[in-house]
Write a protein that binds this ligand. Structure first.
Ligand code: HEM
Length: 500
């Protein structure tokens, strides 16, 4: 008798679970949205959970596979997620209906330092964005160019030393040193000497931020099945303590004094002296206290969003120059002319006279979209214009920038490195929202111009002094590290560098 009861119970549980899953996983089918078949419980992200590929690479493969579809449906665990493929609908999401897709839905942990611009939502985001935008105006960037020049000088000296001593060249570790130096100097007013001193605390923290611990990876995996669960766990306090300490030290040194560096920290101190930041919410006007935590949270996000992305993109650019000597020669000639015209010093304005360098940089970010996925979340029920597809409030939206960049519909022969894709004539033909290495709309990358200036100055100075060639260790195909958010190759990027 007991056996029959148990068997009946198991059958009921099994059937209920089967019915539950079938219902959950029919969600997109019922809406007429195509997509890959999900696996029980894990949905579509099993390879990501097993760390065989990154979420960015997986969504790219979905984008490329569902050619002809405007929308593709996925499941993260049981949670429906929509991938928007069509540039017109993407424009709708990122720009025209921004008020409905303002948030990313990624505030990762409950820590006070997660209240940063990248993860912030609602009015908090709007007010932070508005207050932080002045850090990146042309005037501010112009003022930062001399600081960047100092970093370039240190970087060139270091490369010179490596070349003289015949040290092998892993180019990403080189570009990391340069971008670390620049962000340290322009954001925090620190003279890191990252090239010489590899063991400085800033470099060590960089490694820790970008190399997640097993525990942090486990939380990411768990969050794949149970979205939002990560918020319930605390994350490493070491990095947070470091940034809080750093910010407090700089504030203590500078408060009450005249702003001289005009960097990120000066601006934050200035804002703090002006008083609290107001924000409007459902209950009326409230205030954001610009305390040490809020300042440190922004400092940390500038550092984490700006450092690795910039270093990776510069390293891919140098790699392509090693493989394409004709492109390198053309760039070198352009750079030399501008140096000559400006008496051997690059200025902010002189960068406008490097259009080919700009084309090469754009093409690098197309072929290697270092931050290849854009995330949004619906704030209300939404029907995609021109379709019958309606999604409820809270649906995660993914846009595969790297999928669009590898789509032959917009870029013929996408695996070829071809700066001509960005010649003035060809650039005009790219549909809006088919090329978005820095995202698009009011929530695009706030550091875009900073990244472009820093890369242009560093690349031009490097080329003026050094030649990059293939070495026996140079790869033509890369395998990417699936555990990293930014596009990072396994085994590094190797080239030969010699003096001009
Ligand atoms: C080549 C370098 C870089 C690339 C490719 C890049 C790419 C991106 C992308 C794709 C986004 C998401 C945009 C969207 O969702 O529409 C983003 C956001 C952001 N980036 Fe960058 N980024 C770079 C450099 C920087 C730098 C240098 C900084 C800071 C100094 C920075 C700070 C940020 C911040 C704070 C956000 C969040 C903006 C917001 O939510 O309002 N990034 N970046």
């Amino acid at each position: 008798m007991a056996f029959y009861i148990c068997a009946a119970l198991v059958t009921v549980i099994f059937c209920s679970f089967y019915y539950f899953m079938k219902k959950k996983y029919s969600y997109w089918y019922n809406k007429g949205v195509k997509g890959p078949t999900p696996l029980p419980i894990v949905g579509n992200f099993l390879t990501v959970m097993l760390q065989k590929e990154s979420a960015t690479e997986y969504v790219k493969s979905v984008h490329l596979k569902y050619k002809g579809e405007k929308l593709v449906g996925l499941y993260r665990g049981f949670k429906p997620v929509i991938v928007v493929r069509d540039p017109d609908l993407i424009k709708q999401v990122l720009i025209k209906d921004f008020h409905i897709f303002r948030d990313r839905g990624v505030s990762a942990s409950s820590s006070r330092l997660s209240a940063n611009l990248f993860g912030a939502e609602g009015e908090t985001w709007r007010i932070l964005r508005q207050k932080l935008t002045p850090v990146f105006t042309s005037r501010k960037l112009k003022e930062m160019v001399p600081l960047m020049q100092q970093c370039v000088d240190k970087f060139l000296k270091y490369v010179d030393y490596l070349v003289e001593n015949n040290v092998e060249h892993e180019i990403r570790s080189l570009t990391s040193k340069y971008t670390l130096e620049v962000i340290g100097s322009c954001a925090f007013g620190l003279d890191l000497d990252a090239c010489k001193d590899e063991e400085n605390e800033f470099s060590i923290m960089a490694k820790k931020i970008f190399t997640p611990t097993t525990y942090a990876r486990f939380l990411v995996l768990l969050d794949m099945i149970i979205p939002g669960v990560r918020k319930l766990f605390t994350t490493s306090t070491e990095i947070q303590e470091f940034f809080l300490g750093l910010v407090r030290n700089v504030i203590r040194e500078r408060e009450g004094k005249l702003a001289v560096r005009k960097d990120f920290m000066d601006l934050m101190i200035e804002l703090r002296e002006q008083g609290k930041l107001s924000r409007r919410n459902d209950d009326g006007i409230s205030e954001i206290e610009l305390d040490d935590y809020v300042i440190a949270a922004q400092a940390l996000v500038f550092y984490s969003a700006g450092f690795e992305t910039s270093a990776a993109s510069m390293s891919f650019l140098f790699h392509e120059l090693a493989l394409n000597p004709d492109i390198q020669d053309r760039m070198y000639n352009e750079v030399c002319k501008v140096y000559e015209k400006y008496n051997g010093q690059l200025t902010y304005d002189s960068l406008k006279e490097l259009p080919y360098l700009d084309m090469v940089f754009e093409e690098t970010l197309r072929k290697y979209s270092v931050a290849g996925i854009l995330l949004r979340k619906t704030l209300e029920t939404y029907t995609f214009p021109g379709t019958n597809v309606t999604i409820p409030e809270g649906t995660p939206v993914m846009i595969s920038a790297n999928g669009l960049h590898a789509d032959p519909e917009y870029f013929p022969n996408p695996s070829k490195f071809n700066p001509e894709n960005f010649s003035p004539e060809n650039k005009e033909k790219i549909p809006q929202c088919a090329y978005m290495p820095f995202g698009e709309g009011p929530r695009n990358c706030i550091g875009m111009r900073f990244a472009k200036v820093q890369s242009a100055i560093g690349t031009a100075a490097f080329l003026k002094n050094f030649k990059i060639e293939r070495s026996p260790k140079t790869n033509t195909e890369f395998e990417y590290d699936p555990t990293r958010i930014v596009l990072i190759t396994k085994g590094g990027i190797w080239v030969k560098i010699s003096k001009r």
